[in-house]
Design a protein around this ligand. Structure first.
Ligand SMILES: [Zn+2]
Ligand SMILES: [Zn+2]
Length: 483
């Protein structure tokens, strides 16, 4: 008998932590951060105390109670602080491997707390993305996976850093008597995988996050076909876009994003600003292509450039730093003088050494010829508007999902205040979801034709129940399914 326990993310969008056990082996599929649950306690300036290791998160129920799973330093610290719930750190590893579907933090971030010797399997592209984001970003205790400080060690003696073992799974990984096959699927980040598990107990399919209306729908179609061939006992499927009818919004494909944005590019005389998720390199390619056909120079941040450069090894169609239409925005740092010494982080130095000087643009370069450019700015880059000073006739294209939570809505109002101040209001909204729409999800289930359907990553699992009846098992966190 095999079993699956849904530790988190059953009836929430993200925070996915799915435990699967066969007679011989135990795995986790994803180990993400549950933003909604975390947001019940924390906000921007109220965060878990790093100095308490995993203690704060554990006390609030934001990480599950499992012995032999978390880093020894974190468990020892909790133990010293009076809780033996997670043991004392000397426990044997209780899980054999973690399979990570993709590089979004709601699936990956809490890998940072797992035991260092626990192997993580995912695509080489996901590894490249997570690593590049960690090197070029400002990672926190809650999402630092590659190089972390051990906790509970006096700072003066804490020199050696820990890291996790990431292994690239390109197709099959055999562990014990259990085969885990990862297949590329189309999602709003490259490198996403869907999984098929085959064991003597039966077969289980986990979709991760996926869609059929993106640029690479053939990947999702191939995964569905491979899944169908295994005649699975259980299909664990996402349902992000399931909503009761009154909430259903217009649904765009990536091609429609291109077509709608094309009209905006065509009619804009002055500066164009594009705002999309940094990991969504499909969207970057869409805006790059639009810039090419409308004769604009496409300007990206150094962070975007670093990510593209690191992805290039595993993703063939990634544009290189030498792409003639790509230019790079040089923000002012520290001294405000663009002095070389201001760009001292290792990744920046490496990158700047490889970018030709004439492709590095300061705010004044863009301001002088604003009609020639389409530049990428995000919410946290809005201050750059003060230097860019776009004139009337400029456009702001917001190209990520609309605000859901109260906090996101407050941020959106802030964004609009900036845009009003700088001739960019009202903004345009063009976006294609990273997740399949209802009809496509139903098509995927029909094709795969499993015995049991388990919805996850959704707030409306009952919509699967209405469609597929008794075959659907609605689970809550900590529920178990046997196969
Ligand atoms: Zn997700
Ligand atoms: Zn995702």
């Amino acid at each position: 008998m095999g079993r699956i326990i849904f530790f988190d993310g059953a009836q929430a969008i993200g925070g996915t932590k799915i435990f699967l056990e066969t007679s011989y082996k135990k795995f986790f599929f994803d180990f993400g951060l549950n933003y909604k649950q975390r947001g019940m306690y924390y906000e921007e300036f109220l965060n878990p105390r790093v100095a308490n290791g995993i203690g704060d998160l554990y006390s609030l129920g934001l990480v599950p109670l499992i012995k032999g799973l978390y880093r020894k330093d974190l468990v020892e610290m909790l133990n010293k602080n009076g809780s033996a719930d997670l043991g004392d750190g000397s426990e044997e590893l209780s899980v054999d491997a973690v399979f990570l579907s993709h590089a979004h933090f709601d699936h990956s971030a809490y890998i940072s707390f797992l035991r260092e010797e626990l192997p993580i399997y995912t695509s080489s592209t996901t590894i490249a993305i997570l690593k590049a984001m960690e090197e070029s970003g400002n990672p926190t205790f809650e999402n630092k996976m590659f190089e972390f400080k051990r906790r509970g060690v006096p700072s003066s003696k804490n020199e050696e850093k820990g890291t996790h073992i990431f292994n690239a799974i390109e197709n099959t990984e055999v562990i014990g008597n259990t085969y885990v096959l990862g297949f590329p699927v189309d999602h709003s980040v490259r490198g996403a995988l869907g999984f098929v598990v085959e064991s003597s107990e039966g077969s289980v399919v986990y979709t991760g996050d996926l869609r059929l209306h993106g640029k690479r729908s053939e990947e999702t179609i191939n995964f569905v076909e491979e899944a169908r061939k295994r005649k699975p006992d259980v299909l664990v499927i996402e349902g992000t876009n399931l909503r009761q009818d009154s909430e259903v919004k217009e649904f765009w494909t990536e091609q429609q994003v291109f077509d709608e944005a094309y009209k905006i590019f065509k009619k804009t005389q002055k500066l164009i600003i594009t705002d999309f998720s940094i990991r969504d390199t499909d969207r970057l390619l869409t805006f790059l292509a639009l810039s090419k056909v409308t004769g604009r120079k496409f300007v990206i941040s150094l962070k975007d450039a670093y990510l593209l450069d690191k992805m290039k090894e595993s993703v063939m169609d990634t544009p290189g730093l030498d792409d003639p239409n790509i230019f790079f925005y040089l923000e002012k740092h520290e001294s405000g003088t663009y002095d070389e010494a201001d760009y001292k982080r290792k990744w920046m130095k490496e990158l700047l050494a490889r970018i030709p000087k004439n492709k590095l643009l300061k705010a004044e370069d863009i301001r002088a010829n604003e009609g020639e450019f389409a530049i990428t700015l995000r919410f946290f880059d809005l201050q750059e508007l003060i230097d860019l000073r776009p004139s009337k006739g400029s456009s702001y294209i917001h190209s990520s999902s609309e605000a859901h939570s109260e906090e996101q809505k407050i941020d959106e109002r802030r964004m609009d205040n900036w845009l009003q101040k700088f001739n960019l209001y009202p903004r345009f909204h063009v976006h294609a979801s990273g997740h399949a729409k209802k009809e496509d999800l139903f098509k995927i289930v029909d094709e795969i034709n499993p015995k049991v359907i388990v919805p996850v990553h959704t707030e409306h699992p009952e919509i699967y129940l209405e469609q597929f009846g008794k075959r659907v098992k609605i689970v809550k966190n900590l529920d178990k399914i046997e196969f």
